[in-house]
Design a protein around this ligand. Structure first.
Ligand code: CP3
Length: 333
């Protein structure tokens, strides 16, 4: 059985598998080299040869337990025909959302437009490096995708002032997003993904009164859908105020926590397997601090099914030697 399934399905506590969000990315010189020659990020995600190579790069260097496919949550709006570009020093910039057009896209057109992502997953999951390891497929949560699709850029701290004005538009958009997320999830699983992670990076932006309709209900629908395909699902509702309530209502198979979560409190509150937590900035300090901070999580979750990960993506300025030290610390614990 794959290491993540042993934790999530069998509730093992005798070892801690490790993978890291954004493990395929800019802190690796071999990634930066490919990226420099491929200035269009979406095209890079759609190049199955390079995307699968980038996915495997961290596994060639470090003793990681899972590969997360090199793609992006914004491949979904791209597949729906919304313009998506990644600008240097700015981040993602999207074209205006035309909901009527997007709602008319059919499953075949959508799958055809991004089918090379699935080819990359197929290549990765059949690579011998992944023998007995997990291939993680992922999607953005409906709420986070809605944020990008309507806001057309990262919301940083605040959404556009009139963001919540057109409730009908929001509800229609969430339904369309959910429909295509299910298709995207199914396609990833059919091509070899054996775990799905749902990234809700902007869960922390929402006020309490919106959370049931914009987070709980659509995410619950996705969790139930993934489970119907017999694949475990991890949720990462980053910076949501009430992780316990989220878990009670959405019931994912495992929960990924951000670095503001108190690990001792979450251990008391939550029964399901836990993932992540360590602040990625700790990787920018020194080995002694890194070992101490990583061991803190390993110690607290000693008797709880726990997948080691960070509380958000690994930072581009991270030294690969520190990353290596982290993996070894976890493996030797
Ligand atoms: O984790 C992995 O290694 C797999 C690949 C992956 C990427 N994006 C590649 C990427 C994953 C899982 C994502 C998820 C993603 N994308 C999220 C959710 C997680 C999170 O970070 O909160 C979000 C919000 C996005 C949207 C996105 N993509 C943003 C805001 C940006 C720009 C900011 C940044 O970090 O540069 C991206 C670009 C992006 N996605 C890069 C990578 C490797 C950097 C691209 C580059 O080289 O310039």
């Amino acid at each position: 059985m794959n290491p993540l399934n042993k934790i999530i399905v069998d509730k093992e506590t005798s070892f801690n598998p490790i993978w890291v969000m954004r493990q395929a990315g800019r802190y690796l010189p071999e990634f930066r080299k490919i990226r420099k020659e491929n200035t269009n990020f979406i095209n890079l995600c759609l190049n199955e040869k390079l995307a699968s190579e980038i996915t495997l790069q961290p596994l060639r260097r470090f003793d990681l337990d899972a590969a997360i496919i090199f793609s992006d949550i914004l491949i979904l709006p791209y597949g729906l025909g919304q313009k998506v570009a990644f600008e240097k020093n700015f981040g993602p910039r999207l074209g205006e959302l035309n909901l009527n057009e997007v709602a008319n896209v059919n499953e075949i057109e959508f799958t055809e437009k991004i089918h090379r992502v699935y080819k990359a997953i197929k290549k990765v999951s059949s690579d011998p490096i992944l023998n007995n390891k997990n291939t993680i497929g992922f999607v953005g949560a409906p709420w986070t995708l809605l944020v990008y699709m309507l806001n057309q850029q990262s919301p940083k701290k605040n959404l556009k002032k009139d963001f919540f004005e057109d409730e009908l538009l929001i509800n229609r958009a969430l339904l369309v997003i959910e429909k295509f997320l299910k298709i995207h999830i199914k396609n990833q699983i059919e091509n070899g993904a054996n775990i799905i992670q749902i990234f809700d990076s902007w869960a922390g932006l929402l006020g309490e009164k919106y959370i049931p309709n914009y987070i709980y209900t659509p995410t619950l629908n996705l969790v139930n859908y993934v489970r119907s395909l017999n694949v475990p699902v991890i949720c990462f509702p980053r910076e949501i105020k009430n992780y316990k309530e989220f878990c009670d209502i959405v019931e994912p198979d495992a929960i990924s926590i951000d670095y503001n979560v108190d690990p001792k409190k979450i251990l008391r509150d939550i029964k399901i397997p836990i993932q992540g937590g360590l602040d990625p900035k700790i990787l920018l300090t020194d080995k002694e601090t890194l070992k101490k901070e990583a061991s803190k999580y390993l110690d607290i979750f000693r008797n709880h099914p726990y997948i080691f990960n960070l509380g958000h993506g690994v930072l581009p300025q991270t030294d690969p030697n520190m990353f290596d030290y982290l993996v070894k610390t976890v493996k030797n614990f």
